[in-house]
Write a protein that binds this ligand. Structure first.
Ligand code: MG
Length: 273
């Protein structure tokens, strides 16, 4: 009886150990690079006396084609390639996009048709997007070529023609709308193409819907850092405080401000982080 009992315990221990090993292997893949760094940064060990003691070769870093000279990274998801609105829809009613595709491979807001969004949804991303304020210049302040890039579909990075056009600083070009002014105003002259390169980390929520970690955003505007790992305090409404509804992945959304903004976009791609 005792032998049977002991054998049972031994078998359970072996099975548990096997399951743990499988789990370990799965987790290892995702955490491999990070773990390797930690392991190799155990500075409490005796200090190596040879250069090889602080060098390691595994795991290999993935190879990604570069985003220079008009190329896009080899692992990027192209959201707009200049040919059609496949992959996009109107936010309000999910209908086909009524904005205009131009012969030069860009798109332009069609006034009062509504915001548009990608069908695909994302969490944390590296986003590249180019935009242009139109000539001739029309209107003043927030009504001059106003659009916006909404991360996760709800957090607006402002797009505005701010050239010789003052407005509230937490709503100027490159701001997290009504929250965080940019560190610099780095727009090109009106009529030329601007570039936003954005690194966005999505917020985290617990099971009860409470926010446990704020979203953050870094924005390079034409190569100039204008948001430096800035905390996003919540949604970016026109009126009122930021709100923090729990959410998962969301679309990239572009704004139709409804006042003949004539803003154009092109070369939009993301890499999921
Ligand atoms: Mg806007």
């Amino acid at each position: 009886m005792r032998i049977v009992y002991t054998t049972g315990i031994l078998l359970s221990l072996i099975m548990f150990s096997c399951q743990e090993k499988v789990k370990e292997e799965v987790n290892k893949t995702a955490a491999e690079i990070k773990d390797a760094v930690i392991v190799h940064e155990e500075y409490t060990k005796p200090e190596p006396t040879e250069p090889e003691g602080t060098e390691y070769y595994e795991p290999k870093v993935p190879v990604v084609g570069p985003a220079t000279n008009g190329r896009i990274p080899s692992d990027a998801i192209v959201l707009f390639d200049g040919s059609s609105f496949d992959g996009w829809m109107h936010t309000e009613d999910s209908t086909a996009v009524k904005w205009n595709v131009n012969k030069d491979g860009s798109m332009t807001v069609a006034d009062k048709t509504g915001n548009i969004r990608t069908k695909q949804e994302f969490g944390s991303v590296q986003l590249h997007i180019e935009w242009r304020s139109p000539l001739p210049v029309q209107r003043e302040g927030q009504n001059r070529a106003n659009s916006g890039v909404f991360l996760n579909g709800i957090y607006e990075i402002q797009v505005l023609d701010n050239n010789d056009n003052d407005t509230y600083v937490n709503g100027q070009v490159g701001s997290i709308y009504k929250q965080g002014p940019p560190l610099a105003m780095a727009s090109v002259p009106t009529g030329e193409w601007n570039v936003y390169d954005i690194i966005y980390h999505a917020p985290e929520f617990n099971a009860d819907g409470g926010k446990t970690k704020s979203a953050t955003v870094t924005v390079m505007h034409n190569g100039v850092v204008i948001q430096d790992h800035t905390e996003i305090k919540g949604t970016t409404p026109y009126i009122g405080w930021p709100k923090n509804p729990a959410h998962g992945k969301g679309p990239l959304m572009l704004q139709d401000h409804g006042d003949d903004s004539r803003v154009s976009y092109r070369n939009i791609w993301v890499r999921e982080l």
